[in-house]
Design a protein around this ligand. Structure first.
Ligand code: TYC
Length: 117
């Protein structure tokens, strides 16, 4: 896709008189609309947080079904880490803060972080 941008002079003035001055200049440019970066939210394993608590976190803050939450919890338990969602920077930051606060209030060492995709 391209835009043709004509200067006010070119739009209202006379045709190019051939003297080399830049009248009737048409600038074609791609619209550069960069998508905002996305962030992965990661859940980390530890030896103390109860499995059921992690399942509850995934249901409560990431909208997962019980079965889905249990599966992801087991992945974290076995592999050490898993991506639990991908969000805009602001939403990812909020999710991390909610999980960290919830874990702290329940005195579990569960860790949640984010990284640019
Ligand atoms: N490893 C924990 C246990 O055996 C369970 C656990 C799973 C902890 C996932 C954190 O992100 C986690 N109780």
């Amino acid at each position: 896709m391209s835009f043709a941008i004509r200067t006010p002079t070119a739009m209202s003035g006379p045709p190019d008189d051939g003297d080399g001055a830049d009248t009737n200049v048409v600038i074609e440019s791609k619209p550069r609309t960069k998508r905002p970066p996305l962030y992965k939210v990661l859940l980390l394993n530890d030896d103390y947080t109860p499995m059921e608590f992690v399942v509850h976190v995934l249901e409560r803050f990431f909208g997962m079904s019980h079965a889905q939450a249990f599966e992801i919890m087991l992945t974290v338990h076995k592999k050490g880490v898993a991506v639990v969602g991908v969000f805009s920077h602001e939403i990812a930051e909020t999710k991390v803060a909610q999980v960290m606060d919830f874990a702290r209030r329940h005195q579990h060492p569960l860790q949640c972080t984010m990284e640019k995709e």
